[in-house]
Design a protein around this ligand. Structure first.
Ligand code: FEO
Length: 170
């Protein structure tokens, strides 16, 4: 059995990760509509990764005998105003998710729940990578986004991204 507060936060994170998947599907659709299919592909795979994150939280709770309560997933609420703004919203969202992971970590730390802290270690690292990826995309868009040929090449590169299952196995 996990601490009640830790369990609540973990359960809540399932919903947050599914929301992230939904949000990135929305971003993916936006890029496909703009003819930037490579960016669309990149975000579609990002959505798959977020679904995987949700499934990892579910698995971890089940492994610890915790009851799971799934809530409704909100409609993506971000207003999109241009290809670059989507990337900025991505970075903002990842920073928010990082803060959520840190809040769970903090709750686990305060009750000496070392098992949950160890589980969350993977997510702490993952968040660092995801913030970095979003930041890199913004920088590259600033460098290449105004030149059609360069943008075409960047779009092609992002179109080559393929899905890989998460490295964390529970
Ligand atoms: Fe599940 Fe992008 O963090």
């Amino acid at each position: 059995m996990l601490d009640k507060k830790v369990s609540e936060l973990l359960n809540n994170q399932i919903n947050k990760e599914f929301y992230s998947a939904y949000l990135y599907l929305d971003f993916s659709n936006y890029y496909y509509d703009q003819g930037l299919d490579g960016f669309g592909n990149w975000f579609k795979i990002q959505a798959q990764e977020e679904r995987d994150h949700a499934m990892l939280f579910i698995q971890y709770m089940q492994n610890n005998g915790e009851k799971i309560e799934l809530g409704a997933v909100d409609k993506p609420s971000v207003t999109l105003s241009g290809a670059k703004s989507v990337l900025e919203e991505t970075l903002k969202h990842e920073q928010y998710v990082t803060s959520l992971i840190h809040t769970i970590y903090d709750a686990a730390y305060s009750v000496k729940d070392f098992r949950t802290m160890q589980f969350l270690d993977w997510f702490v690292k993952e968040q660092g990578e995801e913030e970095n990826n979003a930041d890199n995309l913004i920088k590259r868009f600033e460098l290449f986004g105004d030149d059609p040929k360069s943008l075409y090449m960047l779009d092609n590169e992002l179109g080559a991204r393929v899905y890989a299952a998460p490295s964390l196995v529970l």
